[in-house]
Design a protein around this ligand. Sequence first.
Ligand code: AR6
Length: 168
Amino acid sequence: MGTIEVIQADITTLNVDAIVNAANESLLGGGGVDGAIHAAAGPELLEECRKIGGCPTGEARITNGYKLPAKHIIHTVGPIWRGGYKDEIDLLRNAYQNSLKLALNHNVESIAFPNISTGVYGFPKKSAAEIAFRIVREFICKNRYPKKVIFACFDEENYDIYKAKLIG
Ligand code: AR6
């Protein structure tokens, strides 16, 4: 059975097997955590992403980590919040689930997630955290990998929500 940790950190600095990127469907970079990951990994990441040719919302794709301490980057696309009427909850669940499946298939022992969709995509932070915890807890109970899941929170609000969820 794997473990869950909550930290406040810039995900690009973490020495783990894989970090997850909150990307967009083009996989060609953007702002927020996506921009930080591309900047830290270097231009070879963009080259590999170009070859992949995009990723639909809720799915995930894996690349090398290049200049990052992390060996792999798992790129997933969370939903844009549109009031909850556009399947956003299921799509966010899928983004976590499909990232974890890729981690399992690549024998990833340690993985760090950012708070997918809770930045410019506007997903309500508390519901996003509930979804993230539920999916991760279920997955690590049933599967051999990953053994350690880190929720790497960046903003104070998410960090407080996640710390409370870890206890409760
Ligand atoms: N490390 C960890 N978390 C971070 C970092 C970082 N270095 N920087 C920001 N965050 P966002 P989204 C947190 O907007 O909402 C991009 O342009 C941030 O505080 O990065 O899924 C993509 O290309 C927030 O909690 O991603 C897409 O177009 C979380 O990361 C779009 O944004 C997610 O915020 C995706 O939007």
